[in-house]
Design a binder for this molecule. Structure first.
Ligand SMILES: [Zn+2]
Length: 167
């Protein structure tokens, strides 16, 4: 079994995959699951809310964006360095990504949802992952009980169980 894909090629490929199943996000999903949270990754709110959040927690009226440090230009992060070639082009691109993310966070907030950004570097070691796990309940906050919010929130059955449960 020879792996012909070099590490560089692999990270290039990964960067090209705008998939819902890139590894960092899957990891966050499993952490949330382990903490007992219910969430959607492909529900209407994932598609409709500004920036198409990776994870939506309807009961908490909270969304999570998992940000790659390079693509989102994580300031002060050692995982973000502008490439030495085409530097201006990259700078402009990363700046656009940053502005878009900032606009989306503001827009999500304006709609009454709490937006949480988790950077990839926050959980790239098992110790950091543990720290993140411990911090998540505080960052996600308490369930919302605002009647108006409940009316527009996602059904609490993200995987189509709602219909199944109907009597
Ligand atoms: Zn980072």
């Amino acid at each position: 079994m020879v792996d012909t894909v070099s590490e560089a090629q692999r990270s290039y490929n990964m960067s090209r995959i705008r998939s819902k199943n890139t590894k960092p996000e899957v990891l966050i999903r499993s952490v949330l699951h382990g903490l007992g949270y219910r969430f959607t990754v492909n529900g209407p709110k994932n598609r409709q809310l500004p920036g198409k959040p990776d994870i939506v927690l309807p009961k908490y009226r909270a969304v999570i964006f998992v940000h790659g440090c390079f693509w989102h230009g994580h300031k002060g992060c050692k995982d973000f360095r502008l490439p030495k070639t085409r530097t201006d082009w990259w700078r402009a691109k990363i700046n656009r990504n940053r502005s878009r993310a900032a606009r989306n966070l503001a827009a999500v907030g304006a709609l009454g949802w709490r937006a949480i950004v988790i950077w990839a570097c926050e959980f790239n070691t098992s110790a950091k992952l543990e720290a993140l796990r411990a911090s998540l309940p505080g960052r996600i906050g308490l369930p919302t009980e605002v009647p108006e919010a409940r009316a527009v929130a996602e059904p609490a059955h993200p995987y189509g169980k709602r219909r199944a449960k109907k009597q």
